[in-house]
Design a protein around this ligand. Structure first.
Ligand code: TRP
Length: 334
């Protein structure tokens, strides 16, 4: 707790370009949580180097992601938006927590298994201990709640286990975080294969809408979206392509699937695709305009980056010092 507010922590990787799926499924909801919680939103660049990155690209993407947080509507003077790598306590706590996490636990992580299969030539120790760094992110700020997607639930469970293990030995050091269960974000699927989640790492650019795609590109991608040969617009699992389009439409317009189905009753797929394209353009264009404004104001963004890293460090250091003392590191004498 900070004052009378609970603490919320979440982070996103700065790899690739954020998609409409990331926005409707996560980022947009982050904005609405800022009033109720004391929010920390990190650009987790340290996690990104568990797979090889081009340094210039990583740096550019990290800055862009931080600006997207702001463009999406998070107030950086209220919530804390920062780069993980600017707060050294993350690495320091991760080392300590590595010593409280078992190989067996990390071996069970399905994301590690998936990523090792995908990057067989670079199964590095960082990829293995990735969840420990994530636990450190969360525990440093004594977060009460963590909004995460289903794919990160296992990591959050591990965070809780490690925190409880540490507390059992040393007393009440860490707040045990809970998954944030609230209004769940829309789950947006690939436009080219509606059985797969829309992903920023998809090789096919037509599969995803990127947040910075221009209006023409957005409309074109929806025109090309894979549907089916049923020829009716119904909201059901048998028509995953249409269902996805309806989900996107509803997420952008606030309508319910029932309302949307009624609205498109008797229409062809082309009409639906056009309407979805328009709805998405209406949501993304204002965000892109804010982005353009922010890009012009380098000094403002630099100030946000500096100040928020300081604010984050202040809280993180408090936890880190406590942990260092508990495990027996010598006191600092002045
Ligand atoms: N691992 C998360 C992901 O890839 C990102 C992340 C890093 C995170 N640290 C976090 C999410 C702490 C929530 C809390 O999506």
């Amino acid at each position: 707790m900070i004052g009378d507010k609970k603490v919320l922590f979440s982070g996103m990787q700065a790899t690739g370009n954020l998609t409409l799926g990331n926005y409707l499924g996560a980022l947009r909801n982050w904005v609405t949580l800022c009033d109720e919680y004391e929010c920390y939103y990190s650009v987790v660049d340290m996690h990104s180097i568990t797979v090889r990155q081009d340094p210039a690209v990583l740096r550019k993407n990290a800055r862009r992601l931080l600006m997207l947080y702001i463009a999406a509507g998070i107030d950086p003077d209220k919530s804390i938006l920062y780069y993980q790598s600017h707060v050294s306590a993350h690495a320091e706590l991760a080392w300590i927590l590595n010593c409280f996490t078992y190989m067996g636990e990390l071996n069970r992580m399905t994301q590690f298994k998936d990523k090792s299969a995908k990057h067989a030539d670079n199964i590095n120790a960082g990829l293995f201990t990735y969840p420990v760094l994530m636990a450190s992110d969360i525990l440093l700020y004594q977060a009460d709640v963590v909004p995460v997607g289903i794919d990160q639930m296992q990591h959050l469970e591990l965070t809780r286990d490690v925190a409880q293990r540490f507390n059992a030995i040393y007393g009440d050091v860490f707040t045990i975080p809970e998954a944030y269960i609230g209004k769940v974000g829309a789950k947006i699927m690939s436009l080219q294969d509606p059985s797969k989640k829309m992903s920023k790492s998809d090789e096919n650019p037509n599969a995803s809408i990127y947040l910075l795609d221009d209006a023409d590109t957005i409309r074109r991608k929806f025109k090309r979206a894979v549907t089916d040969s049923e020829g009716v617009i119904l909201y059901r699992d048998e028509q995953p392509g249409i269902k996805n389009l309806l989900d996107i439409y509803c997420a952008c317009t606030g309508k319910t699937p029932d309302e949307a189905v009624r609205e498109f009753d008797g229409c062809g797929y082309g009409v639906l695709k056009e309407a979805v394209g328009d709805a998405v353009v209406n949501v993304l264009v204002p965000l892109q305009e804010r982005m353009k404004e922010l890009e012009k104001d380098k000094a403002y963004i630099d100030r946000i980056i500096r100040q928020n890293a300081e604010r984050a460090s202040y809280t993180a250091m408090k936890t880190l010092r406590k942990v260092q003392k508990k495990v027996g590191f010598p006191e600092r004498v002045r």
